[in-house]
Write a protein that binds this ligand. Sequence first.
Ligand code: ADP
Ligand code: MG
Length: 380
Amino acid sequence: MAQVELDHVWKRYGDFAAVRDFSLRIADGEFIVLVGPSGCGKTTTLRMVAGLEDISQGEIRIDEQVVNHLPPRDRDIAMVFQSYALYPHMNVFDNMAFSLKMRRFPAAGPDGTTALRKLSHADIEKRVRQAAKLLGIEDQLTKKPAQLSGGQRQRVAVGRAIVRNPKVFLFDEPLSNLDAKLRVAMRAELAKLHQALKSTMIYVTHDQAEAMTLGDRVVVMDKGVIQQAQDPQTLYDHPVNRFVAGFIGSPSMNFLDASVRMQDSATFLEFGSFRLRVPEELGPAAAPHAGKGVVFGIRPENLHDRLFAQTVRPDSTLPAKVEVKESMGSDLFLYLKVGDRTVHARMSPATKVDVGSTLDVYFDMTKMHLFEKGTGASIL
Ligand SMILES: Nc1ncnc2c1ncn2[C@@H]1O[C@H](COP(=O)(O)OP(=O)(O)O)[C@@H](O)[C@H]1O
Ligand SMILES: [Mg+2]
């Protein structure tokens, strides 16, 4: 059992706060992903949990024990870094066994008392072989790191963490050195690994797709501050602000400066000479912002060729000029010009359009988002 709590944690480097008032309770067995742009404080947070970085303020607890001043080796945590840092002169077995040979573990002795003891050769061999089997590298144990592919080296780095049977696994962008295809494959393997081990895992990445696919909960960070910590679908459907809305989802949500206007008891969004009707059920939330500037958000997948739209609500179609067309096979990505604004659309590959032509674009306003212009806070 390993529950990790960060309680109002700060990390300051001089005047600069890299992590600000970070509070999060991570349940036993949970797979937590910290995601955000480079420099937002992910690695710093992870290193504080590991004990590799001092905490400026606040408290970190593992299984209700405050660990602020506990050295890394006593935290029962294993960390997998972006650079695998394998020992080049050791073979795979020795790389995985190394930390086991160096450390002492609590174990019952012949007299029945528990004390810190070195593992026997047989125990080390058993742990390494079990981990190697789990990771599918049993037949690589005598090879040196240089003889392995990137994916195999990555598995060895994970294996080195697994053999220690830690309370908590920490991963810092472990897949970023792999090519795109391998990254997707390893991502699935890590998900399987979590299912098999059921350990608490804290995983850092700047890649929102990795975060969404792996996390039980995803913690979106910006400038050292947690923006939102929720399950992937909630983040996608109900981002709390414009930052999260723009960070989660690919291609990114479209944002258009607009103003809210009421007319004949209907609510509209106006931008340039265009307007879109806010669905009746969403009107009450938008209405208080009448006359004010807002930011209208809509995801590329909620723009449709009017001809293919299942149902078409009134005042929800705008003419758009096709500027760029990207055929992906499964999807058609379009850069569309609506007046002087550019929007990105993800449409059915059945959509037949040419660059330079005009398309009637149906905005599925039931999926619309609205943000305050100044703060970026979500209105709906
Ligand atoms: N030792 C340090 N001294 C000063 N600033 C640091 C130090 N380590 C990290 N930072 C700063 O803290 C911020 C967060 O860094 P980091 O946690 O590595 O970000 P991330 O992992 O999200 O890319 C960055 O602005 C970085 O420059
Ligand atoms: Mg980092």
